[in-house]
Structures are given as structure tokens and as C-alpha cells.
Design a protein around this ligand. Sequence first.
Ligand code: PBG
Length: 328
Amino acid sequence: MSFPIHRGRRLRYNPAVRRLVRETRFAPSQLIYPLFVRPGRGVRDEIGAMPGQYQLSVDTMLERCELSLELGLGGVILFGIPAHKDATGTDAMDDEGIIQKAVREAKRRFPELLVITDLCMCEYTDHGHCGQLVDGDVDNDATLELLAASALAQARAGSDVIAPSDMMDGRVARVRGALDEGGFEKIPILAYAAKFASSFYGPFREAAESAPKQGDRKSYQMDPMNAREAIKEVQMDIEEGADMVMVKPALPYLDVVTRVRELFDVPLFAYNVSGEYSLVKAAAANGWVDEQKVMMEMLGSIFRAGADGVLTYFAPEAAMVLREEYGR
Ligand code: PBG
């Protein structure tokens, strides 16, 4: 492979050649758009730490659902912000809870839209932890029961895919069992399988009003420095019945995405989380980077690493760029 027989630049010498030999492409159908829903009407409160993202009410959320369909996105993932929080997050299990209302309306108005529900207690508990507290720490097995009840409420409301993000041990098996018993054996589970205790979730916790009042999530989310353990977590979730798995965050964990891709043949997603989004927005607002180009390069890198799909706040923006680039 030596010069001058080989000249790498021959395949870069004009845009048509470059386009022909591009190795990684992705489509709007591989992007999932996260939305935050709270009670009320006509709510469209911009999230301070996430310019361009909003806390919505069900009616304004429906507008974003419609846009998602128009742009051919893979779907939406909904996060609920309840009117009342309590120690066990009862709103998450209530058929009239915010997330259940949001799912019902989204599926009623747009039956062909894929609606995923995030399954976790942190938005619903008054202490902000992802499960039930016992002696100041999240009790694993008690939390499994809350998650099972919440998953059933989401399924009854019409959720297409349940996505547990709590990192309790055994939750995929427990949720699978509850869904099957409830007659929802057809509903797939997308497990946040390798979810790290990341500082990149900061802006999300403002968006979802879900920051822990005390302590942190390190007794259940993974140490950011552990990649081998991530493989074990993914393997366990698949064995417990996860149909699809996720690595989260995305960009600082592309090595984990690649390893999971090589080892497991299930659909693999990565979550381009709030902090990853906000860093780009802040730099772009300062004129330090070109927002669109940086966005496409970042999303492309997640696909290049091996993801089949990406959850990203950039989904509509990226879909518009893709439409320009490749048509639909
Ligand atoms: C937990 C959950 C979190 C995110 C998605 N689901 C926050 C956390 O674990 O504290 C973070 C997403 C993001 O930062 O964009 N329900």
C-alpha cells in the first residue's frame, strides 16, 4: 500500500467521489427525540441549560410528535414531570399520571408514531433518587416492585417500547415478568444497560427536575472508568430479556459502544445526553464552533462506533440536515 501506487487523495478529490465512498450513513429513522412533559396547557418553557429544548404540556408535546412524524424520525422518548412527587413516586404508577396521559394522547393522535417511555422513579420521587430509599440508599428489590407497577401503567397507556433507565439489578427480568403477566408480551424492552454515573446528565436534571436532593447515583449507576463491567451489565440485561440495549452517555463512551457492537447481536442504541447537547449549544452561541457541522460529526461518530440508533435532542435539526444531504 505504498506511494505513489496508492494515493489516498484520489478518493477525496471531489464531492461526488467522497460521497460515493463514505462508509457511515444514517437516516432520520435512526434518531429518537426525547421530550419532557408536564401537566398544564400551552406550556412551552425553555430549559435554561438546554437552549432549544422545552418542558411541554400534552398539547404542545403533540406538536413535537407531529413534527417527528413529518421528519421521519425513529420515534420519541417521553419523560414525565408530575404535579406531585412523593417518596415512592406514585404518579409513575397511576393511570392518570402525567406520562400515561402523554402516551395515551400521543398514540391516539399519531398511532403510527413510535412512542418509547423512560422507566425510572427519579422524576417522580420527592428525594430525586431512582427508587425507594431505605436507610438513605436506594433499596434494590423494593424498587423493582415500583418499576414493575410503573411499566404496567405505561403499557396500559399504550407505550410501544419500555426503556428502564434506573440501573437496579434484576429490573429487566422483573419488568419482563410483569409485562408478560399483564398480557403485554408483545411490548419490547430497550434497556439502558450500560448507564454510567455521568456528570453529563446535569442539564437533564434541570429539565426533568430530577436532581437527587442528597447524595449521588454512584451506588446504582456505573463508574465511568469501567468498560469491562459495562459488558457484564449488557450481557445480564440481554439474558434477563432485554430486546435492545443502550449505552449512555454516548460520546465519552464510544469505546463501550464499539465493544458492545462486537460482542452482541441485538439492536444497540446510544444516548447523546443533555450535557453533550448543551456543550455544543454553548460553544455555538459563542461563535466558537459551527453548530450544524459539529452536530453531524458527533452523531456520525456514534454510528461509526457501531450504534444502530441514537437518542438525541438534535433529532429534528439533524433530520433536516439529512434531508438536504440525501433527500428522503
Ligand atoms: C433517569 C434518566 C436520566 C437521563 C435519562 N434518564 C438522568 C439521570 O440518570 O440522572 C439523562 C438524560 C440526559 O442527560 O439527557 N430517569
